[in-house]
Design a protein around this ligand. Sequence first.
Ligand SMILES: *[C@@H]1O[C@H](CO)[C@@H](O)[C@H](O)[C@H]1NC(C)=O
Ligand SMILES: *[C@@H]1O[C@H](CO)[C@@H](O)[C@H](O)[C@H]1NC(C)=O
Length: 368
Amino acid sequence: MDSWPIAIAGLFLILVAYFSLDVMGFLSWGNKFPVDGLTVLLTGASQGMGIEVAKLLAQRGANVILVARNLGKLQSAMEETKAAAKDPATQRFHVISADVTIESENARLLKEATSWNDGVVPQVVWANAGSSTPGLFLDCKIETLRSQMDMNYWAATYLAHHTMKAWLYPETPYKPQKKGSIPEPPRHLVFTSSILAFANVTGYSAYSPAKAAMRSLCDGLRMEINLYNGARRGTNNKNGHQPAPFDVVIQSVFPATVLSPGHANEQLTKPAVTKKIEESDVDQSPHDAALGAIKGLEAGNYSTATSFLGDLMRLSAMGGAPRDNIVKDTMGQWLTSWIWLFLGPDWERTVWNWGKTKGMEEYRPNSI
Ligand SMILES: *[C@@H]1O[C@H](CO)[C@@H](O)[C@H](O)[C@H]1NC(C)=O
Ligand SMILES: *[C@@H]1O[C@H](CO)[C@@H](O)[C@H](O)[C@H]1NC(C)=O
């Protein structure tokens, strides 16, 4: 008898079983992002997704240091965070007002956070600050193109640089670990990117490139950190540097449209044609975006899109990024490349027809 049909049916059944187990959450064992008793440093913490992340981490037992510019908003965000704490008697909370687009501010806030945390560099550092100023490219001031890069790329880069230095080459060098000592929890560096790091849409030519650069940085660091994690297991520390007694894990999360105060601001300058393209988007509440992000981190995923549509974008733009699930991510990458056959031309046609029926927009140079 020909065994082909049986082999194909068997393969099909295995795939179905695999997907079902994955959807039911049976394929990731244990929490890979335990924060109970650890300290989290979170930027962009005063509103939107940031404050929801702070609350969810407090619920999970973390001490949280909230960073943003506006001290008043920070203080009320801290009160909300405190109210969500798992154990208000032992958990601690702190605020630092800082402009993270300034390099030296990142050094200062990390120092302040460390001394507040009894000399221990926070174990989780989450570069969450960011904001988008949408607009047609020709309406944007060059200054806006630059400040979008400062806010959405450089701020995270400065923080990553200072944090990794503090973790891996501390001022007081690490001592060799005694055999059998309790392993330290891994350190987590998390970036909040955006699904606009995967796709480019009219109206986001100031924001998208910055988030794409951030994604590229994260992919690069993810590879580079292997050097330090490897050195920790190695035997050759002849050049005098004692490796840190913990692993460093680098991850990103990619929210889509989040109904935050930042989003309300965006709507003010967003071109009408951009709104048209976004019509079919499913908006997320800040809480849902934050919860999706944390669930992804808890599953140990390297990249987490917080919505279904965002996940399709992530799959279609994976490139060489680590697969969080070999079957889903490999097949998903292939399948979503078919979706772009329709979606790409559809977006292009929308913009073309906009120009054709409504003519050129009024020229408003330097208005954004
Ligand atoms: C849009 O941006 C992403 C990320 O930078 C890139 O990989 C992609 O090829 C770009 N173009 C299109 C048409 O998606
Ligand atoms: C982690 O990633 C895998 C692969 O893409 C996905 O199937 C799974 O749902 C993700 N888990 C969470 C909690 O986001």
